[in-house]
Design a protein around this ligand. Sequence first.
Ligand SMILES: [Zn+2]
Length: 257
Amino acid sequence: MPVHFLASMTWPAVRDLPPARTIAVLPTGAIEAHGPHLPLGTDAIIAEAMARGGADRLSTRGFHVLLLPPLAMAPAPFGSGFAGTIDTPAEATTMIVSGVVRSLASHGIRVVAIANAHHDPANVDALRRAASDASRATVGAVVVFPDLTRRRWAGRLTAEFRSGACHAGRYESSIVLAERPDLVDTRAMSALDANPRSLLDAIRDGQTTFTAGGGPKAYLGSPAEATADEGGAIIDTLGAILAEAVEEAIAAPGAAS
Ligand SMILES: [Zn+2]
């Protein structure tokens, strides 16, 4: 079955999809500082790659997939001190996602999967709340949110990601190199020293910004080691995670991912 871009379709085309076999995918990212080498829209780029990877898999298993435009405005307090970062209220994210689920359900499309690549705790919490609120408030809605910060999914990702040095480092830089090499400042990237500080530890210690958490240039990890090949492999895994979470949720509605 095909993958459709919702924003490119006409309303009759959406009306004519078989709702019970249609899954909507919402990529969620941010506009946030990502080192001196990656674009502010990095997380939206990664989220769209994950959404596409998941959609391709689901479509080969007989589903119609509707790819929604990415939600790029998000709470981003960690990066808020860096120029260009947009930090919006967490409640706004929760309300928008709930509204998306409600609207789609009113058209008969009841399964919405969130492909999230922005792991600021404020954003992850807002999405978690949205997923549970919307599942409760909208009869029959199934909101699938494979939270990559959970051990189950993180265990499938790279060592750097699991270490918590996962902001604009090797992991994210590799994905952007695979997806949008034109937006990577490779000269700046190859000159960056490794910064093995863990954001997870910083968060546990109560830090709330990249600077206080050991990332004064808005990156952690080892961006200079990034490769497009690794990025392609990670996208593949992200797509597999999304498709798996959707299939599980459909098989056992109400189960958390
Ligand atoms: Zn990021």
